[in-house]
Design a protein around this ligand. Structure first.
Ligand code: SF4
Length: 123
């Protein structure tokens, strides 16, 4: 059944208001976009919405007890809570190198989780 969903395109700071007509996950038309990226964004949002995840994980013997981490690419929106839960179980060993892979292919999503910064050993 055809329905209209209102979205804000987050592909650039302009934040166009989109009216997306779709039938389930099939895109019918998009109104309100200022460029093609808005149509691509709408299509992704109705078929496979994804988001970047940023959080912290524990570090044993680190200068600080936590290090910030992020997903290298967006993960399916429906898996975000599972990803956060999985990352709560992780405890790294200091030193941690910024940019290093903390968890590879988290929960089989094909997405690696990366350390945002160095975390040296506690003094
Ligand atoms: S539709 Fe284009 S101009 Fe509008 S917010 Fe998206 S990327 Fe930016």
């Amino acid at each position: 059944m055809e329905e209209v969903t209102k979205l804000i395109c987050i592909s650039c700071p302009q934040g166009c208001s989109l009216e997306v007509t779709h039938d389930g996950s099939t895109l019918i038309k998009v109104d309100g976009e200022s460029c093609k990226k808005g149509v691509d964004y709408a299509e992704r949002e109705i078929s496979d919405p994804r988001r970047m995840v940023a959080t912290t994980v524990r570090v044993k013997n680190g200068f600080h007890p936590l290090v910030p981490v992020y997903t290298f690419t967006p993960v399916p929106k429906v898996r975000i809570q599972d990803v956060l839960k999985e990352l709560r179980k992780v405890e790294l060993q200091a030193p941690v190198k910024g940019g290093s892979v903390v968890v590879e292919n988290i929960l089989g999503t094909g997405v690696n989780v990366i350390a945002s910064r160095d975390m040296p050993v506690a003094k």
